[in-house]
Structure formats: structure tokens, C-alpha cells
Design a protein around this ligand. Structure first.
Ligand SMILES: Cc1ncc(COP(=O)(O)O)c(C=O)c1O
Length: 403
């Protein structure tokens, strides 16, 4: 019998949205602590530890600013610290989040130039290079791209974009949003020559929402000395002065910092390369399930496949929001919504953060059942395809361990 007249969905909620991601019990316990004096010695030790620790996640030796703000705040911080009113900035319309960042740039008085895509690919380094070559007077002051477009599940090649800026001989700053890629897939702030990397707490870092980051290069710090956009709360200088003692210029989000400390510890215990391999495996297993269902992945070019999110298009005439409702009400699983030109046409499976193979198979099982229940035309066998892939991917590792 289907569930009726119930206000409770039993069992663990499957939070399969692309962030916030499931909160590990260990982080919940780390946060569940009495408050401490934010100007005392215990806080100074915590502050110094997390300010150093977070650098290892961004792969930088440069400062990382920690904001008590969601990712949107860190977007704003990156722009207002480096740019001046009327500056031209080059952005790429990879999807909804790139569009929101562009709207923010306009509101701040910048002049974004928006390279169009069909929302089914990442940013193309060649197109960026061509655009920059045309800017002979070097009026474009920054190139702003999303490493991972959360709305579509497309990853952009940041190292190649750096090379394209250099190949064009262009001095623009490179600002990169890693909100849905950091701590889930390889990212190298220093080695890839990124000037400001924007990060968020609630995805790969496995924390609640409400904290975000700017990793800043020397070039970005120099730009901040002459940048004229108004800023106060987001001012890097104030932060950097206080960081020397492990303190913040305002009351810090102490509980979030306890959580961050533990998140960094957990990521290194697993090993960053293992974290990245796990995300790659979960993503490939998900894509194999989608193909076996005979459904279409929104990202249409495999070179841009996201290791953290897979957006699944439903056949014409099927409403993805209704499908999500059925899945939530019946199987207690939440997926990400769809946006823009594809609103109601796809749902997004988040496979990032503290999730493992068995959790993913549970989520894909719920998805396959929900497809059947919602009457969405599909083939069976998606979960089997995902399991077969995971077994083959894990078998090498298991055999080595057994010898
Ligand atoms: C890629 C990306 N950028 C920016 C944001 C905005 O972050 P927040 O919602 O934490 O303000 C998000 C949110 O999901 C995102 O996925």
C-alpha cells in the first residue's frame, strides 16, 4: 500500500541535492561545543590552525580569507576587492550560477561581457583566448569562471583557461568559483595561477551553509590596493591584519570554525587523492545508470562531465519537478531542481561530500523506483550498471589490499 495520511518520512533522508551535502556525524559533534572567547588563547589556536589548514585544501601558500557569509558573499568579496566601477570583466554563461554572478557584477557597476553557451558545456579556453586577443587595450580587468556549474553539472578546465589567458598575453586577473568542486575534485590555486578562488562550506567541505572563502594571489592582493569598488565587511586588509593573531575583525562563526577544523582533518585522513577518486567513481557510476535508463545527461560533451553533479533530462512532456515531488514523498530523497531554459526539464543528482558507494546505490535505487512510479519512460538496469562499474573500479583496490 502506498503511504497515506502521514506527516513523517521514516529513515534517513537522502539529501541528493548538489549542496548542502549530508552533514557527517563527526562534524555535527565537532560543532556541538560550548562557545569560547573569540579573543582568547584557545580561539587563537583554532583560528591559526584553520587558517593554515584551509590552504592545503585550496593548494595554496597564499592567504585564504574566511567569511561568515554564504558563497554569494565570497563572490562579492572577490569582485569588490579587486575591481573598480566601470571595469570590464569577461564571464562565461555556463548556467544559472554564472548568470547570477554576472547579475551581481552588473549591480556592482562592472561591465560584464558574457560568452554564451547552451548551458550544456563548460567554459571553452579557446573562446576565452579569442575574446581576450580582441581586447588590445587590455580593458578587461578580470576573467570570471565557475570551475563547476552546479546548475548543469559541467566542469570547466581551469589550468587550460589560465594558459589561454597567458597565450593571449593578457594581464586580466583570473577569478574562479569552486563552490561545488572544492574538496571534491583536484584544484590547485597556486599551480594553476588563479588570482582569487571562491569557495563555500556546504558542499565538498561537508559543513552547514554560512561560511565561504577567498584564496588570494599576490597579484590579487596588489590589485586590492588600487581597486575602487566600495567595500567594508568584505575588505581583505582588515582580515589579514587580524589573522596574524588567529583572530577575526568581527565576531567569528566559532561553531563553523570548529566544524571546518574537523572537515580539514577528515579530508586529510581519507587523503585528498582518495577523495577525488571517490567522487570520480560515484560520478561515473551515476552516468552509467543514466545511460542504462536510456535517459540523457544534460552535459553533452564528456570532456566537461562534472565529478560532483549529474543533471538528468527527462523525455519531452515529462515534468521533472513532479518527478522530484514523487521521489521525495515516496522515497524521502531530494534532488536538485532545474533552471533557465531547461526549467522543469531535468533533475540533478548530487554525488558529492560525505557519501560512499553504498549510499549512491541506495540513491540510484530510489531514483529507478521513482522513474517507474512517475511513469517516466526508461529502461531498467541503471542500478545494476552502476553496481557493476563500482565493483570493477573497487576490485583493483581490494585485491591489492588482500595480498
Ligand atoms: C557554483 C556556485 N556558485 C555560487 C553559489 C552561491 O552560493 P550560496 O548559495 O552559498 O550563496 C552556489 C550555490 O549553490 C554555487 O553552486
Amino acid at each position: 500500500m502506498p503511504q497515506k495520511n502521514t506527516s513523517r518520512l521514516p529513515g534517513r533522508h537522502f539529501l541528493q541535492i548538489p549542496g548542502p551535502t549530508p552533514l557527517p556525524d563527526r562534524i555535527m559533534r565537532a560543532i556541538d561545543m560550548p562557545l569560547i572567547d573569540q579573543r582568547g588563547p584557545e580561539f587563537a589556536r583554532l583560528g591559526k590552525r584553520v587558517l593554515e589548514g584551509i590552504k592545503t585544501i585550496f593548494k595554496t601558500t597564499q592567504p585564504v580569507i574566511i567569511y561568515t557569509a554564504t558563497g554569494t558573499g565570497a563572490w562579492e568579496a572577490a569582485l569588490v576587492n579587486t575591481l573598480s566601477p566601470g571595469d570590464r570583466v569577461l564571464m562565461v554563461e555556463t548556467g544559472q550560477f554564472a548568470t547570477l554572478w554576472k547579475i551581481m557584477a552588473e549591480r556592482l557597476g562592472l561591465k560584464p561581457e558574457f560568452i554564451k553557451t547552451d548551458w550544456r558545456v563548460g567554459a571553452d579556453p579557446k573562446v576565452i583566448e579569442e575574446h581576450l586577443r580582441k581586447d588590445k587595450g587590455h580593458e578587461i580587468k578580470a576573467v570570471c569562471v565557475l570551475h563547476n556549474e552546479t546548475a548543469t553539472g559541467c566542469l570547466s578546465p581551469i589550468a587550460a583557461i589560465r594558459k589561454s589567458i597567458d597565450a593571449a598575453g593578457h594581464p586580466a586577473l583570473l577569478l574562479v568559483d569552486t563552490i561545488s568542486s572544492l574538496a571534491s575534485t583536484d584544484y590547485r590555486h597556486d599551480e594553476w595561477g588563479v588570482d582569487v578562488t571562491i569557495g563555500g562550506a556546504q558542499k565538498g567541505l561537508m559543513l552547514p551553509p554560512g561560511m565561504s572563502f577567498n584564496a588570494v594571489s599576490e597579484k590579487a592582493l596588489r590589485a586590492s590596493k588600487t581597486a575602487k569598488l566600495p567595500r567594508s565587511f568584505f575588505q581583505w586588509d582588515d582580515m589579514l591584519t587580524m589573522y596574524k593573531q588567529g583572530f577575526f575583525p568581527y565576531t567569528p562563526a566559532t561553531q563553523m570554525l570548529f566544524g571546518l577544523d574537523t572537515a580539514i582533518e577528515m579530508l586529510h585522513e581519507e587523503g585528498l587523492d582518495n577523495v577525488f577518486a571517490r567522487h570520480d567513481r560515484l560520478a561515473e557510476a551515476t552516468r552509467r545508470a543514466v545511460r542504462a535508463w536510456d535517459l540523457e545527461i544534460l552535459c553533452r560533451d564528456p570532456q566537461y562531465y562534472s565529478p560532483t553533479i549529474t543533471a538528468v533530462l527527462l523525455p519531452d512532456g515529462y515534468d521533472a519537478d513532479q518527478f522530484r515531488d514523487i521521489a521525495l514523498n515516496t522515497f524521502n530523497i531530494a534532488y536538485g531542481a532545474s533552471f533557465g531554459p531547461y526549467a522543469k526539464k531535468y533533475f540533478r543528482i548530487g554525488h558529492l561530500g560525505d557519501i560512499n558507494d553504498a549510499m549512491l546505490i541506495g540513491a540510484l535505487g530510489a531514483t529507478e523506483m521513482a522513474l517507474a512510479l512517475a511513469g517516466v519512460p526508461h529502461k531498467k538496469g541503471g542500478v545494476q550498471a552502476a553496481m557493476d562499474y563500482i565493483v570493477s573500479a573497487q576490485s583493483g583496490a581490494t585485491r591489492v589490499a588482500a595480498e
